[in-house]
Design a protein around this ligand. Sequence first.
Ligand code: GH3
Ligand code: MG
Ligand code: MG
Ligand code: MG
Length: 335
Amino acid sequence: MSEVTLPITADYQAVTQFKVRVLLVDDQLIIVEAVRRMLSDHADIEFHYVTDPAAAIATARQLQPTVILQDLVMPGVDGINLIRAYRDDASLAQVPVIVLSARDNPQLKANSFAVGANDYVVKLPDRLELLARIRYHSAGYISRLQRDEAFRFLRASQKNLADANIELQKLAALDSLTGIANRRRFDEVLRAEWQRGKRDKKPLSLLMCDIDCFKMYNDTFGHLAGDLCLKKVAAVLTEHLMRPADVVARYGGEEFAIVLPDTDERGALLIASACRSHIEQLAIDNPRAPNGVISMSIGLATIVPSHEGTAEGLIAMADKALYRAKHDGRNRIVA
Ligand code: GH3
Ligand code: MG
Ligand code: MG
Ligand code: MG
């Protein structure tokens, strides 16, 4: 049984704590110093820069800025190409880019926006204006990141819930002592097989199995030993059913029900006889039982499901046969 994991809210909270992180890409240190001065005294803004344009991509990837201030004219690298490269990088594609250029040129502005820049400022701008643009673009980016993270978190939570539900449904179908199908599951399976047998006009067999003199076993060896015995019986019955469609269920107490789809009486008798002898061969002492060991009486009923009959009718037939098996001396099969 896999463990049910619940969503961890700490992960979600961690990513909601964003800061404005500025990366300036400019080859001139004098510009770097000027921008640094403009942004100092603002506790919510982190300033970073890179003067070597060839290192811009790697630095940006590592830093994950909330906004890039991008110079256009730099030795060896065209700023326009750098913006293109950010847009092609999975981790930078959405980061806002503000072009910071000395040139107030409409064609350069158009080219910048065409490759994915978000803004264009002629340098050096007024301090207030630069701050306002940085905050505006960062805020938009951060809220998009938060929204994406919230969706991811929601999807993960929904998946966790769905997984937990599946586990709960599996648990709800199992008997807690023996781990085999419980009465609820038995009812579902029998109803489904009844419908299928009716549709396919195939015989459906049911074995009702009851451990003989089990009260005496409990009285002699105690309830813990009784529980262990029930587990062994359940394991043996499950082990010796060869077809995946057959279902062994704990019907209640020391009674087990076995549903055998597409099985006629002859086939069901073979399986019942194998089950009976395998339980006897467990050789669990039960001194006052007919053979001195734990044994099982089995009532067998077979029917081709039809509109006239019901699944409950099949149970009643198997019960009646079981009663006869008890009456006739136990440790036997009655069809
Ligand atoms: P018979 O051969 O006629 O079936 O006799 P029996 O003693 O098996 O039948 P009876 O119905 O009188 O007693 C069934 C016993 O099964 C009584 C109860 O203590 C025991 N039993 C039922 N469920 C459990 C269980 O979960 N654990 C244990 N240890 N015993 C159980
Ligand atoms: Mg330059
Ligand atoms: Mg009983
Ligand atoms: Mg019994």
